[in-house]
Ligand binder design. Sequence first.
Ligand SMILES: [Zn+2]
Ligand SMILES: [Zn+2]
Length: 353
Amino acid sequence: MKMRSFQVCQCGAPLQMNEAEAPKPQGTQVLLKMLAAGVCHSDLHIWDGYYEIGGGKKLMLADRGIKLPLTMGHENVGEVVAMGPDAKGVKVGDVRLVNPWMGCGTCKVCQRGDENLCLKPQNVGVFDQGGYATHMLVPSHRHLFDIGDLKPEIAAPLACSGVTAFSALKKVPTLQDEAVVIIGAGGVGLMGVTLAKKMGAKDIIIVDIDPAKREAALQAGATRAIDGAAPDAVKQIHAATGGGAWAVIDFVGSSQTANLAIGAIVKGGTVVVVGLFGGDVTVPTPFLPLRAMTLRGSYVGSHGEIAELLDLVNRTGMPQVPIRTRALDEVGAALDDLRAGKVVGRVVLTPAG
Ligand SMILES: [Zn+2]
Ligand SMILES: [Zn+2]
């Protein structure tokens, strides 16, 4: 069986198509034929080889153990075509979502179910070969989830943008009682809006600098929209929330958005930073106690949260995020469009487009 992969062979250079024999699964491994692979903003960082961390400094991904050539793609749904002798709970023909946030599987953190926080991450599409390919080898059946009645291209983004948004929303204690402010209506932010609604949020305020993205968020269920580029954006959030927001989720993560989020919360409020745009913030330490502020990060999601999210979506319907499918061969163009800010919602690669 031939396998085609679109790989990063050099940071920032165009992906290269490589053809090889598909691997034969050993042990608990499962070989999938790819049905859908979502194109995520973090692929741009992986492709470039670094994250901006403010003050002109870069966090180099090579230092985190990322090796080339690498097949990116971490939002994957595929059909089981072969498995090793120890793979359990799946059979040929099953359609499965891959939880890409894999840890070592044996440490305390992994045993607790938080593989996404393992200190030895083995995430597919980041540290190991991902889904921008015709096939993908998954190390163990335990990373596979039944998608129920969902279509592969709808389910695929749940593995990253879905669970990232879901996990961030779960860190908001006042989600059902108070307005929640969501900064950034890109792929993850829009997912956040639609999931917040499903999780019982009644008042969702979207903040984005792009009118088209604000409109998409309103379509997806946001109740109000504020232009993040407005010089009085903080004031507008205070006015909209009656004195400050109880929770702001920053899906951008730039200096500007994180400062906006910190300025927008009320005493006792929570800021959850999710986006990896890059930048830095300075908070006077007395503000932490005096404003009783919670400033925290959220990184993807746990095994249990993926299961919970799939259950939620199967019960309450598909997230209303615009999804555009493109052929796997167009992965380079899809990444270029994402970098140019031309994508509203999510692009998902499928074999036929
Ligand atoms: Zn992602
Ligand atoms: Zn571990």
